[in-house]
Design a protein around this ligand. Structure first.
Ligand SMILES: *[C@@H]1O[C@H](CO)[C@@H](O)[C@H](O)[C@H]1NC(C)=O
Ligand SMILES: *[C@@H]1O[C@H](CO)[C@@H](O)[C@H](O)[C@H]1NC(C)=O
Ligand SMILES: *[C@@H]1O[C@H](CO)[C@@H](O)[C@H](O)[C@H]1NC(C)=O
Ligand SMILES: *[C@@H]1O[C@H](CO)[C@@H](O)[C@H](O)[C@H]1NC(C)=O
Ligand SMILES: *[C@@H]1O[C@H](CO)[C@@H](O)[C@H](O)[C@H]1NC(C)=O
Ligand SMILES: *[C@@H]1O[C@H](CO)[C@@H](O)[C@H](O)[C@H]1NC(C)=O
Length: 335
């Protein structure tokens, strides 16, 4: 929680006289975003104004890129709202309290790290997940770009799975005690239930519920970082969005995975910058004290030069690409 009183007196004058956004406005926006994760119904049901711009482009490292306000609303909020409504054990917990534990603001960019308490109600378990984000805001304080990292997602899933498994074993009624098999069975059961309920007529992707189960129980669940790839995990993530727009999301849980749950090339993913608005804080290297007395036009040039030093064109990035291209399998194995 940010204490408004700390900032209020400093900010008040500037805010009145300048009409442009102050750091406190960004800190407040970050807090609203965190609170909204924990209350997704307020966003999905339109009770609060969307925090996302119409043209928002968002990316989460464990999944993939999402374009546009509607898709991102379904993804960031609808997914959790739907999960919370289910009475069965969900592999993705419900965020209950989301707090900012670090942030840096350099308008119009903010970097933030949230701790989200993820609740699994059927096993009465709460486990924290750290979510790190770079966010660019537009002039109306709507999010236009975000790049998010689910910190330690692999460890989070490895930690939670053994607690969920015994409960999962009771629900689809199986005698297995193998955690991997239980997770795969739960994934197939839940995805196929959604597919059978919502993906009908033109949106149907499997011939029958049985065909869905046959496909899903053979498909590997995948690793935690394969939430945007041709895996059970990806289809599991997307199942919660199906009811909002079956015509859009049924392909994602179907056999082909639509344009979401598909094979992706690692190098291409890393080298693609999907954002329309930069996440590079233009003024991050600007320090008024250092530049005192320097003419304004020179300041602009200096800021540009320093900004380029942290761009993708640096020597370090170029070398990484070359290393990859030159790597032989034996070198890769030694990693
Ligand atoms: C979960 O259980 C509640 C109470 O029994 C019920 O109202 C609700 O419809 C159930 N949700 C689902 C998705 O089945
Ligand atoms: C869930 O856990 C909390 C804290 O350990 C405990 O107070 C509560 O009684 C538990 N609820 C159920 C339904 O087991
Ligand atoms: C689970 O399966 C067993 C054996 O097939 C059956 O006797 C039992 O009634 C099932 N339980 C539920 C809750 O479906
Ligand atoms: C659990 O099941 C998976 C998939 O069927 C299998 O690869 C693995 O060896 C099993 N683990 C144990 C401990 O039996
Ligand atoms: C923003 O970027 C996305 C994906 O990179 C692209 O599909 C879209 O057309 C762009 N929108 C604008 C307004 O440039
Ligand atoms: C960035 O710094 C320049 C030079 O001081 C200033 O004119 C501009 O308003 C700053 N932009 C933002 C978004 O703070």
């Amino acid at each position: 929680m940010f204490s408004r009183t700390v900032f209020a007196s400093v900010v008040l004058l500037a805010r009145v006289s300048l009409g442009y956004k102050q750091p406190i406005d960004y800190l407040e926006a970050l807090e609203v975003l965190g609170t909204s994760y924990a209350n997704p119904a307020s966003v999905v049901d339109g009770l609060i104004l969307s925090l996302l711009s119409v043209d928002v482009v968002g990316r989460v490292d464990a999944t993939t890129t999402f374009v546009g306000q509607e898709l991102n609303t379904e993804y960031l909020f609808g997914l959790f709202l739907q999960g919370a409504d289910e009475n069965t054990t969900q592999l993705i917990g419900t965020p209950h309290s989301v707090t900012v534990h670090s942030s840096v603001v350099d308008p119009p960019i903010a970097a933030v790290s949230y701790t989200s308490e993820m609740v699994s109600s059927t096993v009465n378990m709460t486990v924290p997940l750290q979510i790190d984000m770079f966010i660019a805001f537009d002039d109306d304080m709507k999010i236009v770009s975000y790049d998010a990292i689910l910190r330690r997602i692999g460890e989070f899933m490895a930690y939670t799975a053994p607690y969920l498994a015994p409960q999962i074993a009771k629900e689809p009624n199986t005698t297995s005690t193998n955690v991997t098999e239980l997770i795969e069975l739960q994934t197939a059961t839940d995805v196929c239930a959604v597919s059978t309920q919502y993906c009908t007529s033109d949106n149907q992707r499997y011939e029958s519920h049985d065909m869905c189960m046959s496909f899903m129980t053979v498909l590997p669940f995948g690793k935690s970082w394969q939430g945007g790839m041709n895996t059970g995990w990806c289809r599991y993530i997307h199942k919660n969005m199906v009811k909002y727009r079956p015509e859009v999301h049924c392909p994602h849980i179907g056999p082909t995975g639509g344009d979401m749950c598909i094979d992706r090339d690692y190098v291409q993913v890393v080298d693609t910058n999907p954002f329309n608005k930069t996440l590079l804080a233009y003024n991050s290297s600007y320090n008024a004290a250092d530049l005192k007395g320097v003419p304004a036009s020179n300041v602009v040039e200096l800021v540009k030069v320093q900004t380029e030093m942290v761009s993708m064109e640096t020597v370090a990035f170029v070398r990484l690409v070359h290393l990859h291209e030159m790597s032989s399998p034996s070198i890769l194995q030694s990693f």
